[in-house]
Ligand binder design. Sequence first.
Ligand SMILES: [Zn+2]
Length: 61
Amino acid sequence: MANKKKENQPLPKELFDILACPACKSDLNYTKDKGSLVCVKCKAKYPIKEGIPILLPKNKQ
Ligand SMILES: [Zn+2]
């Protein structure tokens, strides 16, 4: 019986497909080494915590 603990895995493709940068709506790149998402256009970086991407736009000022 395989009861291995889930390793850090990339986000499911279905989820990745609907993700977009909240700031400019561009695609996001998954950076495996840092476990975060980086916008291909504005280079904004979003962390992934416990498998959930935190896509919060920066505070508007
Ligand atoms: Zn962006």
